[in-house]
Design a protein around this ligand. Structure first.
Ligand code: HEM
Length: 131
């Protein structure tokens, strides 16, 4: 366990580097990222902007995560299995690197975003029309 650091941009970036190193080694998540991400340094910059926006309230990220995840060439049901794996690694890494209250904040934010991404990905307008 490393010494907890305060939650700032440099600490977030180091956390993201450690987290995505685990994601890339994961037998289920790794291949999804290997197929989608060609330029990892650029991807890490986007993720750092995203997490600075979410956790530090510095509004830098201008993208649309739902559209990006929906566009991944995965059956929507695959996300049901992948989100718990993603969140498990996120929780583990946050607790390794941050003081408990900062880790709790990052975990709560990720859980909420994962929930809304999952709802958006699994939402099927055709099912409503059939109802
Ligand atoms: C099942 C779990 C997840 C998988 C398999 C997954 C996969 C991916 C992949 C492959 C990309 C790169 C897409 C591309 O560049 O074409 C990506 C981008 C991204 N992911 Fe995820 N993701 C997951 C969960 C999450 C969660 C829970 C969050 C946030 C809490 C998140 C935040 C992002 C963001 C911000 C981007 C960058 C979007 C952009 O380019 O603007 N992801 N994800």
């Amino acid at each position: 366990m490393t010494t907890p650091v305060s939650l700032d941009e440099a600490a977030l970036r180091a956390h993201l580097d450690a987290f995505y190193a685990k994601v890339r080694r994961d037998p289920d998540l790794g291949p999804v990222f290997a197929a989608a991400v060609e330029d990892w340094p650029a991807h890490m910059d986007v993720l750092t902007d995203f997490w600075c926006t979410v956790a530090l309230r510095t509004p830098r990220y201008k993208g649309n995560p739902l559209a990006v995840h929906k566009a991944l060439p995965l059956p929507p049901g695959a996300f049901r299995d992948l989100f718990p794996l993603w969140l498990g690694l996120w929780r583990e890494t946050a607790r390794e690197r941050f003081a408990p209250e900062d880790a709790a904040l990052l975990i709560e934010k990720a859980e909420r975003i994962a929930q809304s991404l999952q709802a958006g990905i699994l939402f099927d307008p055709a099912a409503l029309r059939r109802a």
